[in-house]
Design a protein around this ligand. Structure first.
Ligand code: ADP
Ligand code: ZN
Ligand code: ZN
Length: 817
């Protein structure tokens, strides 16, 4: 009998590829084991075994595998099932899923680029001969490709050598940014609480009569705190009192002064001891009980709890239960920005059991987490991660928490698989017979609808922790303010007043503007021309800080023009505004305060977010300006005021979800205000103060928003009532996209009739020199999704059988785009 393996190769092939193996190999190989295989004329790929069988392929001669790369599977059977589901549901190939799922060092191939790691402590005597040769080659060359390694070692089977070098942290694959970051510890100082009454103070000054230097320090401390309400830094006190640090130390030793750190929990975590869990208040306990009850009947429960109601502490209790049973927990977060705060919160409770997994981690770190999860190690019982962590090799998952489940960044847009991490997590949990808790203050219509249909369990918390009221919301009418000349730049008099007051009280402020850069449109006053991206149909955004014009679609950039390109005029005007401009105006309006900006431009690098978030937590920054990045679940306790600079560009966005998203975004950013002890305030500047969404936001009326939006979704046949599949055609030739999309639409109409919309050019119809055109297919609830997809694939295949269309790219996108 002949033996064969079907192998998943990390490239978009419709079918699995079959290779021939020996009988001996067949007896040791298992699905999930990696093999190195030849492909095409000269390529080598790492493939994952899907299954082993005896059926000779009919149309081609099966080649032999080059080599077996693992003793034990690196992906388990649940994962392979999960990959299959993803590929079917999101209409992509298993190769696409594999490439997204495995850390890149696992899928070495001829194109892989190898570089030297920054590991300094390499003992070359411990290297095997082959390993040494590669190590040596990398001393002289910045990088090597697999084929270079093949010629250096003069043999074909090089992947195990490379694998071993990766494991020894001697080489890395791809370029990686790798920086180490430790938040700077800022020391603050205050008078010890023993001296709070006048009488005690009097005694204190008496006792210092014979210590004039110490006396002087205390006086200086008083004078600084009279000027500022902010915590006083040790360095500041030393500077202003000209005291030496030994004098300060003497005062601390005597118990007169007291040192402290802000947010000490983060910095104190030493990796060993853990804190006790917080005791839940009655609302939290009730919610926890209800969740436990719903889990008896249902696999998924939605927790709708207003911002700062203490949802995280409830997750923590559930996690504790699950890990006690020896099971694994996956805690999904929409953005890396959030992990910074959460890692320390979870580590405080669970210590080393918490592992973090996201795209800014080096491949080495990712492999480490992968292996820890695979081996069910103690170090990865709780995985905190962004969407790609649903691909980790869990073997004993008990619970998945999907925090901020409404976030659109759970959906991957490009490349395939275009999966939604929340929905994919629910399927993963089912395979493990695990439970899923979805949490949000502003649930997606989809999840809320599923809860109402009893598909999910539903639990609510309507009180903030500590009984803090939700922030007071005020809508500021920009039209009115403009008419009465009460605008300074983009700041209304009300916003300026509130900022001034918050600063006076020593509080912090968040200003939200949903666009980065300085201004999205530059326009010539004389001829009306505005600079466009040469590759995309979109205006270039002015970035003042770098004096550049940048395209936010393709990254194209050029220096800002002095003159109009069209008519030469020097009168260039800017329209619209982004975070840079807000930052600029803050500097002019409030020259004495510290302002920082958090957007895509300031958070590059592995610790980009962490630096800003830490500085803000430590109150080094008074005003933080940012995009939606700062709306997501961040927990700062000194923020009193949140300003939404302009609500209108969100509301007017051409998308059927625009209103739902505006509601979520504004309520989320509002939720950053007044979290710990004082009620916060939110100012929303808008030209449409009577817009129904803004009214619903300002009364925190989720249910009104839900009902109204659901009516629209019924009427216009949108999700969650209908399912949607979007088909995008791309090609650099405008006519070709037009003809191809008309053909495709016509064929689809023959099957789906009126449920096909388009073809239509999106608002930005050319990106990176490719024209885009969209077709939308609406799928009623009664219609089989499986059959619909089969029909689409069939039509797609006939489309590609037309020679003229073969170069057109067709992208299928299922749900949530
Ligand atoms: P949410 O996730 O609902 O926005 P958090 O879990 O972040 O809310 O809680 C808001 C704040 O209240 C946090 O600073 C948290 O530490 C604090 N908090 C919540 N629950 C408790 C509790 N039971 N005991 C003490 N502090 C709590
Ligand atoms: Zn001009
Ligand atoms: Zn562009």
């Amino acid at each position: 009998m002949d033996y064969f393996v079907d192998v998943i190769i990390p490239i978009p092939l419709e079918k699995l590829f079959t290779y021939s193996i020996t009988r001996a190999e067949a007896s040791i190989l298992k699905p999930g084991v990696r093999v190195a295989v030849p492909f095409g004329k000269s390529k080598i790929y790492t493939g994952v075994i899907h299954h082993i069988h005896n059926n000779k392929p009919l149309v081609y001669e099966a080649k032999d595998i080059y080599q077996i790369l693992d003793q034990d599977p690196i992906a388990n059977s649940i994962q392979l099932k999960h990959w299959n589901w993803i590929s079917k549901y999101y209409m992509c190939t298993l190769g696409d899923v594999m490439r997204a799922a495995l850390p890149s060092p696992f899928i070495l191939e001829s194109e892989t680029i190898i570089t030297k790691s920054e590991n300094q402590n390499i003992n070359d005597e411990e290297l095997k001969d082959d390993e040494f040769l590669i190590y040596e080659a990398l001393q002289n060359q910045a990088s090597l490709k697999i084929n270079d390694v093949i010629s250096i070692l003069e043999k074909k089977n090089v992947l195990p050598v490379i694998q071993s070098l990766i494991e020894k942290n001697i080489i890395w694959v791809e370029e990686e940014i790798y920086e180490k970051y430790k938040p700077k510890l800022v020391r603050y100082i205050k008078l010890h609480s023993n001296f709070s009454s006048d009488k005690e103070l009097e005694l204190l000054f008496d006792s210092l009569k014979n210590a004039p230097k110490q006396h002087q320090v205390i006086l200086t401390l008083f004078s600084i705190s009279a000027q500022t309400k902010k915590p006083i830094k040790v360095s500041e006190l030393i500077k202003q009192s000209s005291a030496s640090s030994s004098i300060l130390k003497a005062l601390i030793d005597k118990g007169i002064l007291e040192e402290f750190y802000i947010k000490t929990d983060r910095v104190q975590y030493s990796g060993n001891e853990t804190e006790n869990l917080k005791t839940l208040n009655k609302f939290q306990s009730k919610a926890l009980n209800e969740i436990t009850l719903t889990f008896k009947k249902q696999d998924v429960t939605l927790l709708h709890g207003i911002t700062s109601s203490g949802k995280t502490e409830i997750y923590v209790k559930l996690i504790e239960e699950v890990i006690k049973q020896g099971k694994q927990v996956l805690y999904l977060l929409p953005e890396i920005a959030l992990t910074t705060q959460l890692v320390s919160r979870l580590q405080n409770y669970f210590g080393k059991k918490v592992a973090v997994f996201h795209s800014k981690y080096s491949s080495h770190e990712r492999v480490e987490v992968w292996n820890n999860v695979l081996h069910n190690s103690d170090k990865a019982q709780i995985v905190l991660g962004a969407r790609s962590s649903i691909f980790l090799p869990f073997n004993n998952l008990g619970l998945i928490v999907v925090d901020e489940e409404h976030e659109q960044s759970y959906k991957q847009f490009d490349p395939a698989p275009r999966y939604h991490a929340r929905d994919t997590a629910i399927v993963l949990a089912k395979l493990h017979e695990a439970k899923v808790l979805l949490g949000s203050a502003t649930p997606s219509l989809e999840s809320y609808y599923n809860a109402k249909q009893n598909k999910y369990g539903f639990v609510e918390i309507t009180k903030r922790y500590n009984d803090i009221l939700l922030p007071e919301m005020e809508l500021v009418d920009l039209k009115e303010k403009r008419k009465r000349k009460l605008l300074q730049g983009h700041f209304s008099d009300r916003l300026v007043e509130e900022i001034t007051e918050a600063l006076k009280g020593g509080h912090q402020i968040i200003l939200f503007q949903n666009r980065r850069g300085f201004s999205p449109i530059v326009e010539c006053i004389t001829c009306g021309h505005s600079p466009q991206c040469p590759n995309c149909d979109v205006s270039l955004t002015f970035h003042q800080y770098k004096n550049q014009l940048r395209c936010h679609y393709c990254g194209y950039h050029t220096v800002m023009h002095q003159n109009c390109e069209a008519c030469g005029s020097v009168e260039l005007d800017t329209k619209g505004f982004g975070t840079e401009q807000v930052e600029d105006e803050v500097k002019t309006l409030f020259p004495d305060c510290t302002v920082a900006r958090m957007d895509l431009d300031t958070t590059r690098g592995k610790y980009g977010y962490e630096k800003i978030i830490t500085a803000f937590e430590q109150q080094e920054i008074d005003i933080l300006v940012g995009t939606q990045m700062l709306t997501k679940g961040l927990d700062f306790n000194n923020v009193k005021l949140v300003g939404v600079m302009n609500a209108d560009n969100m509301l007017n966005f051409p998308d059927f979800r625009a209103l739902e998203r505006s509601f979520q975004l504004i309520l989320q950013v509002a939720g950053r205000a007044g979290r710990l002890d004082k009620r916060g305030k939110v100012l929303i500047q808008t030209y449409n103060p009577y817009h129904k969404i803004l009214q619903q936001v300002s009364t925190n009326d989720y249910v009104a928003m839900y009902n109204e939006q659901m009516d629209e979704r019924y009427n216009y046949k949108y999700p969650p009532i209908y399912k949607l599949i979007k088909i995008t055609l791309k090609h650099k030739d405008y006519n070709k996209v037009n003809i191809a999309s008309s053909w495709l639409t016509k064929s689809l109409r023959q099957v789906f009739h009126d449920f096909v919309l388009g073809p239509e050019f999106p608002p930005v119809s050319r990106i990176r020199n490719q024209y885009h055109k969209n077709i939308l297919i609406k799928i009623p609830q009664k219609q089989s999704l499986k059959k619909t997809k089969e029909a689409i694939i069939k039509i797609n295949n006939s489309f590609f059988s037309i020679k003229d269309f073969r170069a057109v790219k067709v992208i299928l996108n299922v749900d949530n785009f």
